[in-house]
Every structure is written in structure tokens, then in C-alpha cells.
Design a protein around this ligand. Structure first.
Ligand SMILES: [Zn+2]
Ligand SMILES: [Zn+2]
Length: 112
């Protein structure tokens, strides 16, 4: 599952913007997002076809410290592992995934 060298993975985490623009990998950013259905009351009903991360958004931003949070604080569930591996992010730690998501969401949440 190690299609990309470690250095590239680190570049994705540390410089998602620069990296994407310079190397024509803009596909990475829009694709990697927290499932919008996951945070609704009904939840995401079709895990098998969903290609978005299922994680508590508040947890990503250090705002949720509920260990039993229904939205989940685990980056390495079967579902999230599959999503991450599809984006070649399977080798990243939870902390790295948090940082990456924060940056991506931080840039996309300027909707008022
Ligand atoms: Zn989903
Ligand atoms: Zn939570």
C-alpha cells in the first residue's frame, strides 16, 4: 500500500496547498472531506458507497472531548481506513490526518 514515498506523504500533510498547486494534484483537496450526512441526525446510511471520512468535525478542531461521541473520534475505523487508503493517506497517523483535515476545512469554511 506504499505507492508514494514517505517524503511525499509528509509534503501532503505539511504543504497541502503548495503541493496540490505545484504538482497538479488538486484532486486531493476537494475529495478529502468529512461526510456531510455523517453529522446529520439520520447519519450516513450507505457506508459502502460513501467515500468521505466519518469523523466528528469538532474533534478535528479540538472542540469535542466526549469519549463516547456518537460521531466518532477514530481515524482508523474500517470505513475511514478505506477512504484514506483510496487517497493514498493510509499511512498517516491520526494526528497527521487531523492536521490535514483542519487545513482543508479551514480553507473551505469561509461560507457565511
Ligand atoms: Zn458517509
Ligand atoms: Zn465528537
Amino acid at each position: 500500500m506504499d505507492k508514494f514515498p514517505g517524503q511525499l506523504k509528509r509534503a501532503l500533510v505539511d504543504y497541502p496547498n503548495t503541493f496540490c498547486e505545484k504538482n497538479g494534484m488538486a484532486m486531493l483537496r476537494p475529495k478529502f472531506k468529512i461526510c456531510s450526512l455523517h453529522t446529520t441526525q439520520t447519519g450516513c446510511l450507505d457506508h459502502r458507497v460513501c467515500s468521505d471520512v466519518h469523523i466528528c468535525p469538532d474533534f478535528v478542531f479540538d472542540n469535542c472531548h466526549n469519549e463516547r461521541c456518537a460521531l466518532g473520534h477514530n481515524w482508523h475505523t474500517n470505513h475511514n481506513t478505506r477512504v484514506n487508503e483510496a487517497l493514498y493517506l493510509g499511512g498517516l497517523t491520526s494526528e497527521q490526518l487531523c492536521r490535514l483535515t483542519k487545513r482543508i476545512l479551514g480553507q473551505n469554511t469561509s461560507l457565511s
